[in-house]
Design a protein around this ligand. Structure first.
Ligand SMILES: NC(=O)c1ccc[n+]([C@@H]2O[C@H](COP(=O)([O-])OP(=O)(O)OC[C@H]3O[C@@H](n4cnc5c(N)ncnc54)[C@H](OP(=O)(O)O)[C@@H]3O)[C@@H](O)[C@H]2O)c1
Length: 266
């Protein structure tokens, strides 16, 4: 039985992971900005945490650590997106995306890492996104924040080469959750209207036919049980998780851009 801290356990991928882990007998500390949103389950402790608030992150993690005594696993899962033309994205929006998707997650990773290094074991799973490699148009702040966390994760992996603490970059492709409902759209500009509409149509279509969050939960369970977890794991349908990233790797940048524009019809 492991002690596991997971952010964003109130919905979608995080909730599916929390349910599977408690079902397997693990003890889970799951976070939300609103404690009422975490379903009552045996062996699941609800923790209030807002990634937008630096102080709440440290307080929430330390309080949970005191209660748990130790953590074997941190799953940095919580996140939300923003959909708007990069040209008009307000700096505050970009900063808030980076606070939630990069700085808050790094803060938690550092807190957990220090604790796990002292214990001599541990696993940290950072949920980034396939969008860090195959960006979605009009989600520039989200794509780049996920890419930043992926690069930070790889940098730590280099530095921790012989450490007993393992870090995994978990990159989901499209997974059917409430994610699109919480994507904020604001500063529309007429010039981009038709491209925005076309892209959103594809984004919604992909979400509707995407696999459910249980798929990610099953991969997370195998990472939790692995002796030597892989540094990066891509999860999604076969095209998104295997074929597209492999083809993309070998294409020149001009062809990548052409392919993505065609894919989104813009
Ligand atoms: N679904 C996909 O297709 C997909 C693909 C690639 C990557 N991902 C990533 O997977 C992760 C989970 O997404 P999901 O699809 O499961 O979305 P979701 O159903 O919308 O769940 C998002 C979770 O994040 C929490 N959250 C949102 N903003 C937060 C904040 N400021 N502070 C603390 N918690 C916050 C939410 O909790 P409360 O609202 O209760 O606070 C919720 O539990 C995200 O990092 C997302 O970027 C998703």
């Amino acid at each position: 039985m492991k002690h596991i801290f997971i952010t964003g356990a109130s919905s979608g991928i995080g909730l599916a992971i929390a349910k599977l882990l408690v079902g397997e007998g693990h003890e889970v500390w799951g976070t939300s900005r609103n404690l009422q949103r975490i379903p009552k389950m045996p062996r699941c402790h609800a923790v209030r945490l807002d990634l937008a608030d630096r102080l709440s992150i440290e307080d929430a993690f330390n309080a949970a650590l005191t209660e748990a005594g130790y953590f074997d696993v941190l799953i940095n899962n919580a996140g939300a997106g923003h959909f708007d033309p990069a040209e008009f994205l307000p700096m505050e929006t970009i900063a808030s995306q980076f606070q939630i998707l990069v700085f808050g997650q790094i803060q938690l990773m550092q807190l957990a890492l220090r604790h796990m290094q002292a214990r001599g074991e541990g696993l940290i799973i950072n949920v980034t996104s396939l969008a860090s490699r195959l960006p979605v148009p009009f989600m520039a702040a989200y794509n780049s924040a996920k890419a930043a966390l992926a690069a930070f994760t790889m940098s730590i992996q280099l530095e921790l080469a012989d450490s007993p603490v393992h870090i995994v970059d978990l990159q989901p492709g499209d997974i059917s959750t409430q994610f699109n409902k919480s994507v904020v759209q604001s500063a529309k500009a007429e010039r981009y209207d038709s491209k925005i509409a076309k892209t959103w149509e594809i984004v919604e279509r992909n979400m509707k036919k995407a696999p459910g969050p249980d798929l990610v939960a099953r991969h997370v369970l195998s990472l939790v049980n692995a002796v030597r977890p892989p540094p990066r794991k891509t999860v999604g349908n076969v095209f998104e998780s295997k074929i597209a990233p492999m083809i993309f790797r070998f294409l020149p940048q001009r062809v990548r851009l052409w392919g993505l524009k065609r894919y989104y019809g813009i």
